[in-house]
Design a protein around this ligand. Structure first.
Ligand code: AGP
Length: 604
């Protein structure tokens, strides 16, 4: 949801900004821009569309200088256009500002500034910040920024430069991520830790209500009250190479990394004794578990809910999409645990729920991929999924790892509470160990699915069906397909279809069914017969590929390795990920950057 970056140092600043923006492009790709300070003058270049448009523009009209801020945008207020692109310049061109987030009271501030004669050039909420800072400026830049920030309501990560400070970038953080880092003679700010890997070996992660003054080789952090704050430097350790290498796109690369990500997650969870870091007495007392997330993370949560219901029957489990959870009158007491799930750890809807629960005195546990994220920082407990950087907007390996870590947590909790025996626990551990290899086998379906996609990419409508745990995977498969291929797609609990939606099934509709639970084969067969009779084309994802009923009814069978049934969603989702990828590819879609979306949605 917008990416910001800033650089000061010996190199040509606009080059560094373009390189950094390319890593941040997954956060938004409606427009991009750069502001460079040189010889006491700020110059700006902004272009609608992808960063390559800005890059081409800068090749033709270079901006010289060693201090710059840049931005890549996911539009909220004001349509994507050159005018609405960041950075914004203040009325006397003394300040330039880039912003990630939403300024909720921008209309109020805009009216006040317009009454003072300030002319606005965009429809964005962000432009007010540039004018407001200049309006507050009485000769002390840091003070002016803090005074301006005190007037802002909403969520904001800001990068600010000023003609009076030729070597300094000001970074401000409230509820949106912001990282700063320095080398001997350089200073950086950035929305995302992974984007700085190329430039830095350690970073400082700003907390809410903090500002940093970043110069060459030096970063000072202050609270919004202007009081200096001592900050720890965090070493950057690359879990996976953050560049494309030989892959066609990041989604392709990230699916290939599923086996290694699962291996790493298992190792980390065990070696770091992650479960033991959670208070045992509290875990024994829990009576209720809320599970909250968005999109793919929510689907991993739904899987977790099924596991909890199965293995910890004396706990009430309630899963909910984060954007609704906060409006529900959800019970939170000392015996309630709320689990937030998020790849980024910055999704505003989920983060808001986590804060709401903490504010009500409830305990939170986050299952997350980014150790430096807000969710990890503010949760009472964190389980890291160790998937490595995920750049493609469509989440893949993070989902497999979220499911895995959730399952490991549930088995540990069940053992602790005595609802499974040590023998059953040992059996599950062995089955977990086998997952990376099974993921490799499932990925071997690539060729078959590529050919399948070539025959099916023109479909107009697709339905994913499943029962029990398979329903969670059906939802994830459906989200993935619509997200990157723009094909209309819905997921249904197979038994529910006949209560209305069956009316939509006709010839040429594609139905994809997940059948991984042995005791549900007969029931699934009945549902599949209903769609087949109405002329749908039927694809079945199953480990029971020689089952006569399935063989008889399916047009296509995608065989996956036999897996312990309660763990099968970690493997059965892989063909659905591959199907989405190859269908989107056959349609010529921009797989890593689907229209209208952004990787990290940091506005509510
Ligand atoms: C997944 O393919 C999506 N891009 C999206 O649903 C995503 O999972 C959701 O926005 C939540 O993101 P998070 O895991 O970073 O919180």
């Amino acid at each position: 949801m917008c990416g910001i970056i800033g650089y000061t140092g010996d190199k040509k600043a606009s080059d560094i900004i373009i390189q950094g923006l390319k890593y941040l492009e997954y956060r938004g790709y409606d427009s991009s821009g750069v502001a460079v300070l040189n010889d006491g003058v700020i110059k700006v270049a902004k272009k609608e569309g992808r960063i390559v448009n800005l890059e081409r523009h800068l090749e033709e009209y270079p901006l010289e200088g060693h201090l710059a801020i840049g931005h890549t945008r996911w539009a909220t207020h004001g349509r994507p256009s050159d005018d609405n692109a960041h950075p914004f310049i203040s009325f006397h061109t003394r300040f330039a500002v880039v912003h990630n987030g939403i300024i909720e009271n921008y209309l109020e501030i805009k009216e006040e500034l317009m009454a003072e004669g300030v002319v606005f050039r965009s429809q964005t909420d962000s432009e007010v910040v540039a004018h407001l800072v200049e309006f507050m400026d009485k000769g002390d830049t840091k003070r002016a920024i803090l005074d301006a920030v005190a007037k802002l309501k909403g969520a904001f990560a800001l990068g600010i430069i000023c003609v009076d400070s030729p070597d300094v970038i000001y970074a401000v953080k409230k509820d949106n991520p912001l990282i700063v880092g320095v080398t001997d003679n350089e200073g950086f700010i950035c929305s995302d830790i992974n984007s700085l890997q190329k430039f830095l070996s350690e970073v400082i992660v700003l907390d809410n209500d903090q500002m940093a003054v970043v110069g060459r080789g030096k970063a000072e952090v202050f609270s919004f009250d202007g009081i200096p704050v001592k900050k720890e430097r965090i070493k950057l350790t690359a879990e996976e190479e953050n560049a494309l290498s030989d892959y066609e796109c990041f989604m392709d690369k990230e699916m290939s990394e599923i086996p290694s990500a699962l291996r790493r997650a298992i190792k980390f969870y065990r070696e770091e004794k992650c479960f033991s870091k959670i208070d045992k007495d509290y875990l024994k007392k829990i009576r209720r578990i809320n599970i909250v997330g968005c999109g793919t993370a929510l689907h991993a949560g739904l899987y977790g809910e099924k596991l909890l219901n199965k293995f910890i029957p004396d706990v009430d489990v309630h899963s909910e999409m984060a954007s609704e959870f906060r409006y529900d009158d959800v019970k939170v007491d000392e015996n309630t645990l709320t689990i937030t799930i998020s790849q980024s750890g910055e999704t505003a809807d989920t983060l808001t729920c986590q804060r709401m629960v903490n504010a009500r005195g409830g305990k939170t546990l986050t299952i997350c991929n980014v150790p430096t994220s807000s969710m990890v920082h503010y949760a009472d407990y964190a389980l890291m999924i160790c998937a490595g950087p995920e750049v493609a907007v469509a989440s893949t390996k993070a989902f497999n790892c979220q499911e895995l870590v959730f399952a490991m947590f549930v088995f540990d909790l069940a053992l602790l509470r005595g609802t499974i025996t040590p023998e059953t626990y040992a059996h599950f551990c062995a089955e977990i160990d086998a997952l990376p290899e099974k993921a490799e086998k499932a990925l071997a379906l690539r060729e078959k699915i590529s050919a399948y996609a070539a025959r099916n990419f023109r479909r107009k409508s697709v339905f994913y069906l499943g029962r029990g745990m398979d329903y969670c995977v059906a939802m994830e498969g459906s989200l993935k397909l619509k997200e990157i291929s723009y094909i209309h797609c819905e997921a249904y609990a197979a038994g529910e279809l006949k209560h209305g939606t069956l009316a939509l099934i006709e010839k040429d509709i594609m139905v994809v069914a997940l059948v991984t639970q042995k005791n549900l084969i007969d029931k699934m067969y009945s549902s599949l017969a209903e769609v087949k009779t109405r002329g749908a084309s039927l694809t079945v994802i199953t480990p029971f590929a020689d089952n006569p009923s399935l063989l008889d009814i399916a047009d296509y069978i995608m065989e996956i390795p036999v897996t312990e049934e309660v763990l099968s969603p970690i493997i059965s989702v892989i063909p659905t990920q591959l199907m989405s990828y190859y269908i989107a590819r056959a349609k010529g879609c921009d797989i890593d950057k689907p229209r209208n979306l952004a990787k990290s949605v940091t506005v509510e």
